[in-house]
Design a protein. Sequence first.
Length: 180
Amino acid sequence: MMRRTMSVAAATVIAFAAPLAAQQAAAPPAATQDDTATVDSAVAALYSVISGPAGPRDWARFKALFAADGRMVQLGKTGPLMLSPQGYVDLASVAFGKEGFFEQEIARRTERYGNLVHVFSTYESRRTADGAPFARGINSIQFARIDGKWRIMSIMWQSETPAFPLPDAYLPTTPATKEK
């Protein structure tokens, strides 16, 4: 059984530092053109910035991936836990300061309509870059194209549990699974 984890896949308290109206009025931090040029580059940047050995992360880069009013929601045992990107940073910084965390995408399903993109990104979490996975689940990421850049509007995630195993449709496709 996989253990629950802190990732774009975890948090434990609600942390809204400012009212929604104030967050909507604030401009998002600058992101590199490479990070927001495509949905692929934004997803890669998201996983890259949260992954690494114990220690600090580039949280300015992380926050720059989000729209000004972006949100994060963990679906856990006690119900949804809503966070701002800063709330996630506050929680993750503590955990990532103590222990390595590497999350990587192992499969993806993407749908697009105009300036709206929805990505189901299946992930595995490890303590070292080449270690065994200790958790996996699905990040549901919603993007909007704003001023020519792909910004994250929301990320909702759920870790795999015995009650909710990952469906085959969200796992990597291999020759063996193609034949099913």
